[in-house]
Design a protein around this ligand. Sequence first.
Ligand code: KIV
Ligand code: ZN
Length: 511
Amino acid sequence: MKEKLIIFDTTLRDGEQSPGASMTKEEKIRIARQLEKLGVDVIEAGFAAASPGDANAIRSVAQVIEKSTICSLARATESDVRAAGEAIKPAKSGRIHIFIATSPIHMKMKLRMQPDQVVEAAVKAVKLALEYTDDIEFSAEDAVRSEMDFLVRIFDAVIQAGAKTLNVPDTVGYSIPALWGERIKQLIESVPNSGKVVWSTHCHNDLGMAVANSLAAVMNGARQVECTINGLGERAGNASLEEIVMAVKTRRDVFSCDSRIDTTQIVPASKLVSSITGYPVQPNKAIVGANAFAHESGIHQDGVLKHRETYEIMRAEDVGWSKNKLTLGKLSGRNAFRTRLQELDIVLENEDVVNNAFARFKELADRKREIFDEDLQALVSESVVAHVSEHYRLVSLRAHSETGLLPVAQVRLNVGGKEFVADSQGGGPVDATFKAIEQIVQSGIELQLYSVNNITSGTDAQGEVTVRLSKDGRIVNGQGADTDIVVASAKAYLNALNKLDSKAERAHPQV
Ligand code: KIV
Ligand code: ZN
């Protein structure tokens, strides 16, 4: 029997710290349900002290998830620990994750605290957290640049205070595998009672080594890895869950532990996170990229046809790649629609949202012969968003492009209940459409990113457009899907404007 490797997913917390990736409560619940299906052991659902909305989202996730432990992040302060403790209260199994920076540069320049004060704050916070749960994790932020003696001292102190999991983060993505493995080994050897706690690692990808560093930690005794779906996260992201899980599974000859992840749920989880956050997956991304199992060269194709294992170390179906599953068509009724949503674990509590999603489905089915699960996920996202806030709504769009002529677009919008029309020219039909929208809304935003991906294959597939807008330091991603990518673009733009309109300010845990 292999030892257990605990998978701690922080897509809903560290992943959410990616620019524009902030999620609504409903979106977090949808992702949490998929993480539970995937078999994630711990779901870090957010940072309760960030805002009342964040605390509420953690509480809602804690109410619906049964099999995974639900965790909230907290700084080592009384108010943060209490906010986290209250938020995880409804969970069947709840964890509080306390962190404080331990490197000289962070203690001096950011916290402006003496090392003794840092130890005191950590111990006090752990003891307070025990009022809410006995499952306490402690992280020494920026452990990579912390002094070994100080790490040993603070970890010893928090074990005595009651912490059960000790996390060693490479907060700035600075380490390299051999050094990181060595650091974990030394800590386990030097901290008194280290055998009574679970050692964990949390690596960022600034030098592209988050997964390699995490695996080095595992090879040296870490039994929890903190990671995110698609490697989403601050800056260059976190270690990617799918790569860690598949490395440990595929190279079982070198790892003495294994996770309990149902790997066939990996690709659906990747697609869901990508569609909700607006972060597309690059085609050559390991495991979940569209080309991860595609063999282009003739020699490779020939080898795979003769004997699959000549060029394949994993099977595409084992990580959830299957031919797009035909779900519904034009003649499918409301019952079939509802049943498929249930099978996908999509729970829509509000009847208006169900009606809206069904109307969108019928409209899509008129234009697209076959509707796949991915199409359903996209249209449900739109219906949920439409229900929460739609100050700006697309009424109609006409775009025209012809070789030799400047593309033009006419947009009709409903803004807070009133209709407005605008015409514009542009470099292309999408540009003309955005300019026409701006004539009406005059938002003053900056467009930071525009990208189009196909949701399924074929020329009748829906295009999923992501736009990233920023205004006054706030950044949001908007998504829109349609078989017409100009319409999808307009929807994405308006979705982002609606988010800018409605999203409240939140505190950032590390600032
Ligand atoms: O990167 C980091 O150090 C973190 C901690 C809060 C664990 O995200
Ligand atoms: Zn982090």
